[in-house]
Design a binder for this molecule. Structure first.
Ligand code: ATP
Length: 223
């Protein structure tokens, strides 16, 4: 049928992170985006320990295991171990080159929180990233667009699009999502886990992830 030959490939949506551990601040906004855009999948991709940040407390395999457990919340969530499989830190620009090679004609949406967006010009080859993917920026409590550095503010002015325009090309736009904010960070969760070693529920942490954390004795100290 000609329709299947000419159909646009499904968009690729990707949220990278340390996920130390994964929490609902990662999951709830991306599911809202999947509802809005009709995405059938969102890739959640744990990074190999990033060079510019303190090392994660959980191992690579433990962070991946927690992502897999959290993905059981919704069949659209996919644990993606691409960066971990590289066996060394992989920069986002290289990951996106790989995605592009695999899916040359797809729209690629790289999702990040506002905290990451404010620092985006410190990312390796950030301008190239914008040629490889759209950026989808999630609001995050405590991080304001007003703090954007001038060179990125200029890019935003040039590249910002509303949702209906986002898929008219495969890459190059910036979309400021209006998903409900989720006031949580992995840092705050690690502290809470250490301070409440007996808590059977922790808000905004998937119960299966909490059970994994307890059974592997993770996040027991507040250092
Ligand atoms: P940490 O507290 O250890 O820095 P984190 O909670 O920011 O961790 P990461 O794994 O570093 O989690 O985040 C991965 C991506 O998800 C980043 O782009 C980050 O901006 C985004 N993100 C994390 N938490 C939220 C949140 N509550 N709301 C919106 N975006 C978030």
């Amino acid at each position: 049928m000609t329709s299947s030959l000419t159909a646009k490939p499904a968009p690729i949506a990707l949220l990278g992170g340390t996920f130390d551990p994964i929490h609902q601040g990662h999951i709830e906004p991306v599911l809202k985006l999947a509802d809005t855009f009709g995405w059938s999948h969102v890739h959640l991709q744990p990074c190999f320990a990033p060079p510019h940040r303190p090392q994660p407390e959980a191992s690579d395999q433990q962070r991946l295991a927690m992502v897999k457990l959290a993905c059981q919340q919704d069949s659209r969530l996919l644990a993606d171990d691409f960066e971990l499989r590289q066996g060394k830190p992989t920069r986002t620009v290289n990951t996106l080159h790989h995605v592009r090679q695999q899916h040359p004609d797809a729209s690629v949406c790289f999702i990040m929180g506002m905290d990451s967006f404010l620092q985006f010009t410190s990312w390796l080859n950030w301008q190239q990233i914008l040629e490889l993917a759209h950026l989808v920026v999630l609001p995050r409590p405590g991080y304001q667009l007003a703090e954007l550095p001038p060179d990125l503010a200029a890019e935003l002015k040039r590249r910002q699009r509303v949702d209906s325009e986002l898929f008219s090309q495969g890459a190059g736009f910036i979309y400021l999502a209006e998903t409900p904010t989720v006031d949580i960070s992995a840092t705050a969760l690690r502290r809470q886990l250490a301070q409440s070693p007996d808590a059977s529920r922790i808000p905004l942490l998937d119960p299966a992830v909490l059970a994994y954390i307890r059974s592997h004795n993770l996040y027991q100290s507040t250092h």
